[in-house]
Design a protein around this ligand. Sequence first.
Ligand code: PHE
Length: 354
Amino acid sequence: SLDAAFAAVRSEADATVAAPGFDAEQFRLEWLGRKQGHLKAISDAWLKAAPPEAKKLIGQRFNALKEQIEGSLASAGTAETKPAAAGLDVTLPGSAQRLGVEHPLVRTMAEIVGVFQRMGYSVGLGPEVESDFYNFESLNFPPNHPARDTQDTLVVAEQEGKPLRERLLMRTHTSPVQIRSMLEQAPPLRLVIPGKVHRNDAADATHSPVFHQVEGLCVDTNITFSDLKGTLDHAMKAFFGSAVKTRFFPSFFPFTEPSADVQISCIFCGGKGCRKCKHSGWIELLGCGMVDPAVFEAVNKRRIELGRDPVYDTRRISGFAFGMGVDRIAMMKYGISDIGLLYSGDMRFLEQFA
Ligand code: PHE
């Protein structure tokens, strides 16, 4: 009978769809092809031969069969998704994806860098394993100079056989990237340099043997201390808010002259005095100064050794540099009391920045 014949066709089609290695495109051609498909042959055989009074009924049954086979094909999808699709309950609630967030240090560093990029600074980078030459000598720290002791340097083992300037160490500050940049580029130069630095400090609530700095370097003709003050005052206002004031105190770094320490009005009490600023109303934030001519001379000397022109002419060129600790700034901004939390990888801490 018609029903039995159509049921047989349908089960053959379903078996083909369920078979391993099922190819939907080939099935479509073989079964549903308009000119030579199986269904075309069936319709020809049954419909054309049928008496006129039976045509309507046979046509309805045939259309039902065709729809069923097209349905099997559609629900088969592709061979790869079939097993998963079989076990998938689309009515179940979705499972929430946990998104990662930027680490508070990375975020703070990017925000500081962004302030300087908007003033036209480019980003510079350098290695964390550095030579004595870049970390100290070229920055006007003479051998055995006591200023080296203030840096608590972590040195790479078994370097004693090498000349001092070639010995490797973990950079204690981002300032060596000033030198590396000036060897590569001629003035004018405006660079902001973020990165990790290392010191042999015992870990406590405010010290970590690895921490982060953002360095700045601006070199051109006619760069003055006023440019340094204006730039840093603007940067502090852009980062902490326009109500913040800055003040500069004399300081010392071997690679800047004159040098200054910069304080900002306390961001917690607005300068009135509170526990955070030890009731002074001010917070010390960074070191800076005018690039010492001895640094330009070291750069010129090294440029000549490398076959490059000594373009940092101290009669024509001047500049300023600054360096700030990112960890302390991030701790102030987010109210973090222990620097160790920044390096702990503790999810209970990190999830608070989501
Ligand atoms: N490198 C100095 C430090 O680590 C900071 C600094 C950078 C000071 C640039 C002056 C100029 O303490």
